[in-house]
Design a protein around this ligand. Structure first.
Ligand code: CTP
Ligand code: CA
Length: 225
């Protein structure tokens, strides 16, 4: 790993990474979101910068400091994350979608705080958000595009489904059914899946894992691109 990094495995490449959750507002004081901490995306950004890449981190609301030599663009909603992801995408060599994007958003945002009614049941109307990584991967000038698949069962087969459906070059399959790894935790264990290979990376800290992932990504980028 050290040798790989000394040689600047990603030197001269532009790497764009989405990270963290998105927040989808309901009214001026409420939103729909998830428990993503952003740690995996920030760790990948730090590791990519260490490997010599120019890194742009498109981040939802998280409580993390920006890694050194990383440019952060802060966004809130999935739509904002998509807009930010499309900026300068023509200069992007490797796009890594690490964000936990809300799949749906409220159909409308109430102008004023929604008041409690007399009804016991309240229904929310939601509309599907754009798929950011699939939008990037559908472009003619598509960068080497990597997604994450957080799954609680049939992890590899769901991940392969997403790899194919979203036209990705690689997907990082993440079993989030086990306590202590994945979502909102400091450690993770993943399987890296491409159309031709499958590589297990056993449980370790997200920072260590990020270094190993960036090493593998730089190798596969060069062979599969
Ligand atoms: N993703 C995205 N935009 C979305 C939803 C997901 O870019 N609107 C990306 C994530 O960043 C991740 C990959 O797609 O890299 C897979 O996300 P995941 O939530 O696992 O898959 P979905 O396609 O949303 O399917 P589901 O949640 O039903 O499993
Ligand atoms: Ca999803």
């Amino acid at each position: 790993v050290a040798e790989c990094f000394n040689s600047g495995a990603l030197a001269g490449l532009n790497v764009h990474i989405t990270a963290g959750p998105t927040r989808e507002p309901l009214d001026p004081v409420r939103y729909i979101s998830n428990h993503s901490s952003g740690k995996m995306g920030y760790a990948l950004a730090a590791a990519a910068a260490d490997a010599g890449a120019r890194v742009r981190l498109i981040s939802g609301p998280v409580n993390l400091t920006v890694p050194t030599h990383v440019e952060r663009i802060s966004v809130t909603t999935a739509e904002e994350m998509l807009q930010a992801s499309l900026e300068e995408i023509n200069h992007c060599d490797i796009f890594i979608a690490c964000a936990a994007v809300a799949d749906y958003r409220p159909t409308s945002i109430a102008e004023h705080k929604i008041k409690k009614g007399n009804e016991e049941i309240m229904e929310l109307h939601l509309v599907k958000n754009p798929d950011i990584v699939a939008t990037i991967a559908a472009r003619e000038d598509k960068p080497f595009t990597i997604g994450f698949a957080a799954e609680t069962r049939d992890v590899i087969s769901y991940a392969r489904g997403k790899l194919d459906r979203k036209n990705l070059d690689m997907i990082i399959a993440n079993d989030v059914s086990q306590a202590g790894i994945g979502f909102n935790s400091d450690e993770n264990a993943v399987t890296l899946v491409t159309h031709t290979t499958q590589i297990d990376i056993p449980q370790t800290s997200k920072r260590q894992l990020a270094t190993q992932l960036i090493e593998q990504i730089s190798l596969l980028y060069k062979t599969e691109k």
